[in-house]
Design a protein around this ligand. Structure first.
Ligand code: ATP
Length: 370
């Protein structure tokens, strides 16, 4: 096990495409770090540079106390798990899992013991003599994990390992990966475009956009204190509502005014936490409100200046949650989990809205961010 450090790492492909810019990450020994971002943001490239499958254009990568910039992939002592599993079709599960050890001329008894330990851990004991074609997608995924485990590497590098599985299996394997990583305590870098996977698996999550790291933080901090609008919009489902307004007022009595004349008071806590907010006076600002932070003002009365009048124009019942789409002066707001609000809005909310009928009033809880 080892710490993995990326210092000022950059990548320009031979055709001139810049995939990664000045990436700095300190991944602690035993940490589970998730690299997340939309397609093309450079996360796979970053992982492949750590694995040694891609050269590094700038900066330095360290695994343990060794700078590995020029160390070939096979000597880096890391184990990759790919989306495609990359199993050998003609080999049994046993031989697939033990393949890397056989190459290294590890004694046969030791290979057998390690393969059987890994198989037991992964629930593959009864399938050791099968060929990959006779396994389900989830079982193949486990074989790929098994191959990584028996090598006892300094780090696991995983690239979208669950993306070929159906939704139910994905949730199950996600939990298993978390459990195995915790049991083994191996430093892990895990690439995904799925923010739910990122939030549930990562000790910390690194969000990338266009080759540039946007924020790296524990999941809850990312959710509560996104560093910028990109992170705020990317993390959370349904996505955070963004309302653009103008910061007005003076002293501690600041408000954000929206088109159409409505406004929200800036909570004193927000000003204390973000003193720089004052410098935005008379300038446009974006208010970010998590869907679950909206409450029905009728049921949870609060100060008048922490309210917005919204018109419900779409209700989506999703079983456990109800999503209600509102418009606030032409901006769209979504809330969930407020069953009473949904009941009030009811199925005829869109018609009511169309007729200009009784708008719903939503009050915002103190989690509201300006
Ligand atoms: P995805 O989730 O779609 O795999 P990603 O975030 O992993 O995306 P990368 O695969 O790292 O992104 O790609 C980052 C950028 O580098 C993209 O613009 C991509 O087109 C480009 N790129 C990737 N591989 C090469 C290559 N071999 N040559 C040139 N450009 C490449």
């Amino acid at each position: 096990m080892a710490e993995v450090v990326l210092a000022g790492v950059g990548k320009v492909y031979p055709d001139g495409t810049r995939a990664v810019t000045d990436l700095n990450l300190d991944i602690a020994d035993g940490e589970f770090l998730v690299l997340v971002g939309p397609s093309g943001c450079g996360k796979t490239t970053a992982l492949r540079m750590v694995a040694g499958l891609e050269g590094i254009s700038e900066g330095e990568i360290r695994i343990g106390d060794r700078v590995v910039n020029r160390v070939p992939s096979r000597d880096r002592d890391v184990a990759m798990v790919f989306q495609s599993y990359a199993l050998y079709p003609h080999l049994s599960v046993r031989d697939n899992i033990g393949f890397g050890l056989s190459l290294r001329k590890v004694p046969k008894d030791e290979i057998r013991r390690k393969v059987e330990d890994a198989a037991a851990r992964l629930g593959l004991t009864d399938h050791l003599d099968r060929k990959p074609r006779n396994l389900s997608g989830g079982q193949r995924q486990r074989v790929a994990m098994g191959r990584a485990i028996v090598r006892e590497p300094q780090a696991f590098l995983m690239d979208e390992p669950l993306s070929n599985l159906d939704a139910k299996l994905r949730v199950q394997m996600r939990a298993e990966i978390a459990r195995i990583q915790r049991d083994l305590g191996v430093t892990t870098i895990y690439v995904t475009h799925d923010q739910t996977e990122a939030m549930t698996l990562g000790d910390r999550v690194a969000v990338m956009k266009k080759g540039v790291l946007q924020q790296v933080a524990p999941p809850q901090e990312l959710y509560d204190r996104p560093a910028n609008l990109f992170v705020a919009g990317f993390i959370g489902s349904p996505a955070m509502n963004m309302l653009t307004g103008r910061l007005t007022g003076e002293g501690d009595a600041l408000r954000v005014e929206f088109r159409g004349g409505q406004s929200l008071r800036v909570a004193p806590e927000s000003l204390t936490a973000r003193p720089a907010l004052r410098s935005y006076l008379d300038r446009p600002v974006v208010v970010g409100i998590r869907p679950e932070d909206m409450e029905d003002a009728e049921l949870a009365p609060g100060p008048e200046d922490a309210r917005l009048t919204c018109v419900a124009d779409l209700v989506e019942a999703m079983g456990s949650d109800v999503l209600v789409h509102f418009s606030v002066d032409a901006d769209l707001v979504v809330t969930d989990d407020t069953r009473e609000l949904a009941r009030d809005a009811g199925a005829d909310a869109p018609q009511q809205a169309a007729q200009g009928g009784a708008p719903l009033v939503a009050r915002f809880s103190p989690r509201t961010r300006v």
